[in-house]
Design a protein around this ligand. Structure first.
Ligand code: SIN
Ligand code: FE
Length: 293
């Protein structure tokens, strides 16, 4: 399968023809990565100080920003640098929102913005706390504390590496094939699990059967070393000063190396998709023969 769908947009305010919009929609919903090879995110000369790991809190993988509250997490710095980080990340959030809105105008009314992240740590050689946190293994995104209840996870990335370093991913098989392999191994949640997790605030929202299945698929994929080797996959190298958009809940991916990337997350209800039957929710429901939402 062709993994990349290229779009030529030079800046975040670029406008796209309706043909480009519908081709991009078809491509992204079909599990391709929309690559914008000419689109970068420029740091001001004062911001170049952030091309360093010294502002990262050792306990966090990334520096994150919540565009809704304005809060920055995962940084270790004084108030001046904290404000500069916030400014820079808010600008990335704004740019990424603009791009999503001009490329996918029909998502505009229902798409919700999530966290912004800045990833200054080199991926290669990083030691994860457990295999579940090891993003160098093929996986689809699903997070224990943040159930999406079926909503799609869209992520915009920009490689801003100033030393010419690519971000190298492996991209695995289509979600329908992942689901066929792993859904049969997914166990049923124990009765009352979701209610207890949300009562104890261990999840930010109610964990549906879909979320439980996705989390197990994420873990089963990462745990299965034979699968990691034998699954159909290809290497994708993202050059510095390029951006890409991907639905990380359906595109099997592994980040192998690279340093200094920005990322913005968005959530989209399945009903807002042009081809909802391509969503992980509908694919899993079809295989399971029941409603999972
Ligand atoms: C991931 O989503 O697994 C990591 C992607 C990246 O940081 O390149
Ligand atoms: Fe991931």
């Amino acid at each position: 399968m062709q993994v990349l769908h290229e779009i030529f947009g030079k800046d975040w305010e670029a406008s796209y023809t309706s043909q480009m919009q519908s081709e991009a929609t078809r491509a992204i919903e079909d599990g391709k990565i929309v690559l914008l090879p000419q689109l970068t995110f420029a740091l001001s000369s004062e911001e170049e100080i952030f091309f360093s790991t010294e502002f990262s809190h050792p306990k966090f993988k990334n520096i994150s920003f919540n565009p809704q509250t304005g809060l920055v997490r995962g940084a270790k710095c004084d108030v001046v640098h904290q404000a500069a980080l916030k400014n820079m990340m808010a600008r990335y959030a704004k740019n990424a929102s603009q791009l999503m809105s001009s490329l996918f105008p029909h998502y505009r009314n229902t798409i919700k913005i999530g966290r912004t992240s800045f990833r200054p740590i080199e991926i290669y050689g990083r030691i994860p706390k457990s295999y579940r946190k090891d993003d160098t293994r093929l996986h689809v995104d699903a997070f224990p504390m943040s159930p999406t209840q079926g909503k799609r996870i869209f992520r915009v990335f920009t490689n801003v590496n100033p030393y010419g370093k690519e971000r190298i991913w492996r991209v695995g098989e289509p979600f329908a094939d992942v689901a066929k392999q792993f859904l049969p191994r997914v166990k049923k949640p124990w009765p009352g699990r979701a209610a207890i997790l949300s009562a104890l605030r261990l999840t930010k929202s109610y964990c549906t059967d879909y979320d439980y299945a996705m989390l197990q698929i994420h873990n089963l994929m990462k745990r299965d070393l034979a699968y990691q080797k034998s699954a159909t996959q290809e290497e994708v190298r993202f050059l510095p000063n390029t951006s890409w958009i991907v639905q990380t809940d359906s595109v099997s991916h592994a980040a192998m190396s690279g340093q200094f990337v920005f990322e913005q997350t968005f959530y989209l209800p399945v009903e807002s998709m042009a081809y909802p039957h391509l969503s992980p929710l509908r694919i899993l429901e079809k295989l399971a023969g029941r409603n999972l939402a």
